[in-house]
Each structure stands twice: as structure tokens, then as C-alpha cells.
Write a protein that binds this ligand. Sequence first.
Ligand code: SAM
Length: 359
Amino acid sequence: MNNESQQYSPTMTADYSRISDTARAVNAEVMPRMTSYIKSISPQIAAMSADEVFLIADYGAADGVNSSELFEEVICLIHEINPSLAIKLVYIDLADPANFLAFWDTSALAKLEHVEAQYIQRSFYEPFPEIKGKLQIGFSSTALHWMNAKTVEADFFRHPICIQPNQLPDHERRGFAEKWKDDFRTFLQECSLSLVKGGALFLANLANLGESRWPASPGYNNLRDICQELYVERKLSKAELEAIFIPDYFAAPHEMSVLLDEDDLGSCFAVNAVDPLTVPCAYFSKAQDKLEDTEVRSKLAATLASVVRAWSESSMQIGLYPDNKELIEVIYRRLQDKFYEKPEGLPYQYCLIEMVKKI
Ligand SMILES: C[S@@+](CC[C@H](N)C(=O)[O-])C[C@H]1O[C@@H](n2cnc3c(N)ncnc32)[C@H](O)[C@@H]1O
């Protein structure tokens, strides 16, 4: 549908997993939930035979680093119950496999016995015939807020002032909310085909908890303000200003609940949790008492700008004209300056969803 040059592929910069301590912290919340689930299915795990495989998928895995400690613990638990059970980790992401392969090469997971991995470079909104009816645990963290850019024209993601739907007033936001809902429904329907009966989904979805409590909002708002400034300075054209947009949407927990209650999904899944949660900004928390120290303040500003760049750059680039791509360096330099002038944390609000396939 989209013109190829305008096609969003919201992949992360290569340093993402080195500067995503805030995202990684949510694993500690997911682990006890997965532990309870594994305990609840321990008779089935114990009864699995040598020719069966316990399959775990990570949807929107990036390079695989951030879920690795969680997966190590889960594998350990499963092998305590059935030591020789084959476990397959399926990593799904739009990103080129190179970063995953580099991670896997030296990963502690790769050294575990009876564990293998597969990387599938595909949108998590597409079908996955490879795992149809075989998936035991589906996991996704900090990823399902990215909308499916393939099912709309490029100009769907366009606004004269704002760069992200959560910045918009309700009436303008509605179209994006509907789009996100359609996409999340598609994702869950595909998962229902992949899962075995009794298989579970653990989704740490970034979420809107009201007012400014949506993930990294100071990062998005600073980027919006920088684009406005560059437009006033004539460094950015009107068309570029309109086209710069980040195609993600942070739904409120009740928007997620409403969808999960829909007839089709409700009859397929038992929903065990839809829990809001805020993870404090890992970097701001460490520096906040030392901000009068210019070195600490500069380092924090640089880190926060890199964190925002990691997930926004690929989208921001789409809106810039081919002969104006170098402006990206100015944008993130100014972002760093803004974080220096006004240091602000980038907490991540989540909605933790746990659901089990009933039929
Ligand atoms: C913020 S990162 C999260 C990575 C990791 N799960 C974590 O918790 O840190 C979001 C990931 O989702 C991927 N992504 C975005 N849209 C996608 C889609 N439609 N299909 C597959 N992956 C997608 C991006 O490439 C990126 O690696």
C-alpha cells in the first residue's frame, strides 16, 4: 500500500540493548507470573516426550538481549521439571538478523543444553505458519505499541504539529486508537493460531496511564518542539514538518480490556491479568540527586537523547526529504541540549497482560 521510500520499519539503533535498562526492568515483573504459569503446567511439561519441543516466542525481540535473563530463568525452571526437554526460542522482529546473530553467538542461552533458537525477520502482524499450533509461551515486551504501517497509506501518519498520537486531543487521536485496536486484534488472532491449547501469552505493553503518564512523554514532546523550532528557522519545510511522525500508540489499560472482552477473543482466551505498572526511568533515578554536577548532568542528557534516538530515529528519518537527511544529527543534538537544560526522566508505563488459550 505504501510507497516503499515512505514505508516505516520502526527498528532500533544498534546500541538499543545497551541503553534500555528501563525496558529491561519490566522482566522482574513478568518473571513471577511466568513462574506461576510454568508451575501450573508442570504435569504436562513432565509428560512431554523426547520428540516434542517446548516452544517460546519473543515478539518484537530486537537483538534478543533484553529477554535473555528472563528466558534463562524460564528454561532453568522447565529443565528442573523435565531435564532433557528440547526448548526452542523463536525470535520475531522486523530488524535485520545481524544484531540477533551477534548476540546469540556469545549468549549464555546458546550454551545451554537442549536449547535452540530461530530468528524470523517478519512483522508480528503477519501469519506464522512455522509455529502454527506449537507455541507454548508467547512473550512480548515494549513492542506492541508499534502500529502496522503496511495496512495504511503513508499519509495516515501525518500531522501539522504533533509527532505522535498520544500528543493529540481525543477527537484527533480516535483514528489512531481504532487502528491500534485493529492491529492488536490481528496480533492476538494470529497468536491464537500459533498457541497450543493451554498455551499462554505474557505481554508487557507500553500503555497510557492518563495525563502525561505515557511512556517517555518528555522525549516525544521535546522532539515535537524541536521540529517546530526547525520549521520556524526554515531548516524544515512545511511538508516535512507534517510528515515527521512516530507510528506508535499507547493505549490505556481499559482500551486493552475492552478488546480482550470482544466475543471472538473472549471465547478463545482466559484473561488472567490486565495490570497497569510504571517502571521508573533507570537513568534519571541514578542521577537525579547530582544534577548540579555538570558532568553528571551532561552524561544524563546524552544518555536520555540516545535512549530516545534508539527507538525514534528510523521513523523520524521517513519524514525528512532525501536531501535533508543530515538534519537528523541537529535534531538529536538539540534533544540532548533540551535534556541538559531541563533534565526529565523517561519512565515507562506498562499494562501487563497474561492470557491463556482455552480452546
Ligand atoms: C522498543 S523495542 C523492544 C525490544 C525488546 N522486546 C525489549 O523489551 O527491549 C521494539 C521492537 O519491536 C520491533 N517491531 C516494531 N514493529 C514490529 C512489527 N510490526 N513486527 C515485528 N517487530 C516489530 C522493533 O524492530 C523493535 O526491535
